[in-house]
Design a protein around this ligand. Structure first.
Ligand SMILES: [Mg+2]
Length: 481
């Protein structure tokens, strides 16, 4: 690309000047076109029309909630625009979890990883340690640092606990990475009249419940929200009001933009483009010529705070299955019964989490000689109560476990899921009590981890398996979450 940018002004070499002039004219025409359409719709100052996100003037009813029309409810005031996309990022995630788990590490420089730094506590970062630094260099920079190898199963549990707290504020929570979440608060304006206060409360609640500090950024798009959350870590909090995106981005370095890597940053720096404000002056066609059609367009859009990505919701499952292998196999029916009970409990909890009930339950056993047995049964009524699931599973186990051969794999699954529309049963008071019990069990486990509470029969199983905050460490943990 023959584009040179010197400080604030853009200078093009003669070879491309003519071409870029044409492009710039086309861009201007495009912008003024867009401006005139916006003007005709909104009817406000033409100077503002170049900004796609210019705030619209509020109608009289919104300004005056005491007007007769507002009182009569005849004029519905449009909900005010909020920076609805919220990016939540746990600060120094692995190192912070280590400090929560081991109080002796608190307030000290902690490095997590093997070979290179996967995560460094803020005490270590303050002394110059950076993520992905080799341990030799990190210990040279910070000789007092305490190195821990990392307990990845704990990190997954903590991430899950944070996600559960976020879900109590809005159902639209996307897990972008282990400690990285996008939330969408669109449509919650009436639910949370004090939006800023709500976000502050969310940040404090995560800290109170998990001991982890999070940084939070709110904006109209994912790209701006993620930059906002990363600006003032740790415990960062930044809201970018709708319409302020460009002003917010202008002074920031180009490298802050999501999707712009080291290579792009240095290519732009060679041409004197270091801030997002400078980048915004480069025409779209010039960026596409330098970085390719798709990347060029993406950079052009992101520099304006535009981002078409929506918060992705986790899809609801069509079936749930939990299974695990048993090392060496076993014919101990007590042990197998306990395992099936545990798997049924996990399925019941997952069903309730998704607000589902199951109509069909299946049980699968595989013996050490690879003979496999499977059976499914239609339940009398749809349920997500683990006791009901368990009694059906145990009945099937009696039918399926007919050979005197050790069992190597046990699995429980449910299909034919439907929405949980259960109402209190007038005559079956036992079912009602179970429903309340399950609800409270879920609540306690959500707050203190799976092992905080379990049925007496689960005790024997805990002698076989190691425990972690979110359950037992089974042989195939990925299948038996
Ligand atoms: Mg993080």
């Amino acid at each position: 690309m023959d584009v040179c940018v010197e400080s604030e002004s853009v200078v093009y070499t003669p070879a491309t000047e003519a071409m870029l002039e044409g492009i710039a004219l086309a861009e201007e025409a495009e912008e003024s076109d867009r401006g005139s359409t916006e003007n005709s719709c909104a009817g406000h100052n033409p100077a503002d029309s170049a900004h796609a996100k210019t705030p619209q003037p509020e109608p009289a009813t919104a300004k005056n909630p005491w007007s007769a029309w507002a009182w009569l409810g005849l004029c519905k005031a449009p909900a005010r625009k909020i920076p609805n996309i919220v990016h939540v990022d746990v600060d120094a995630f692995f190192a912070s979890v280590e400090q929560v788990l081991n109080p002796r590490l608190r307030g000290k420089p902690v490095l997590v990883g093997r070979g290179c730094v996967a995560s460094a506590s803020y005490e270590a970062k303050a002394l110059g340690v950076k993520t992905a630094m080799g341990f030799r260099e990190a210990l040279r920079v910070c000789p007092k640092a305490i190195v821990v190898p990392g307990q990845y199963e704990h990190y997954a549990d903590f991430a899950e606990r944070v996600r559960r707290i976020l879900e109590t504020y809005t159902p639209a929570v996307e897990t972008a990475a282990l400690d990285d979440f996008y939330l969408d608060f669109a449509g919650t304006e009436r639910l949370y009249p004090d939006y800023r206060g709500t976000l502050v409360r969310l940040q404090m609640e995560v800290f109170k419940e998990t001991g982890l500090s999070v940084s939070l950024g709110a904006a109209r798009t994912k790209v701006v929200a993620s930059i906002a959350s990363r600006l003032e870590r740790p415990r960062g909090f930044r809201m970018v009001a709708p319409g302020d995106e460009e002003a917010f981005l202008t002074p920031l370095p180009v490298a802050k933009l999501h999707g712009i890597g080291h290579v792009h940053t240095s290519t732009l720096a060679e041409r004197g483009i270091t801030t997002i404000g400078q980048l915004r002056r480069v025409p779209k066609a010039a960026l596409q010529a330098a970085f390719g059609e798709a990347i060029g367009l993406q950079i052009w859009e992101r520099a304006r705070g535009l981002d078409g990505r929506e918060v992705l919701l986790p899809s609801t499952p069509k079936s749930v299955s939990r299974e695990t292998t048993i090392e060496g196999g076993t014919i101990d029916t007590e042990f197998l019964g306990g395992l099936i009970e545990y798997l049924s409990e996990r399925i019941g909890s997952t069903l309730r989490e998704y607000g589902k009930q199951a109509r069909t339950l299946g049980l699968r056993l595989r013996y050490v000689d690879y003979f496999s047995a499977h059976q499914a049964v239609r339940l009398i009524k749809p349920t997500n109560d683990e006791r009901e699931l368990l009694s059906a599973a145990k009945e099937m186990f009696g039918k399926l476990f007919t050979r005197r051969v050790a069992v190597r794999l046990a699995g429980v699954s449910v299909t034919n899921l439907e929405a949980d529309r259960r109402q209190n049963d007038l005559f079956d008071t036992r079912a009602n009590r179970r429903w309340y019990l399950n609800r409270e069990m879920d609540r306690v486990r959500g707050r203190f981890g799976w092992n905080a509470v379990f049925y007496g029969k689960g005790l024997a199983l805990r002698e076989h398996y190691a425990t972690k905050p979110n359950g037992l460490v089974l042989s195939t943990p990925c299948l038996s979450r």
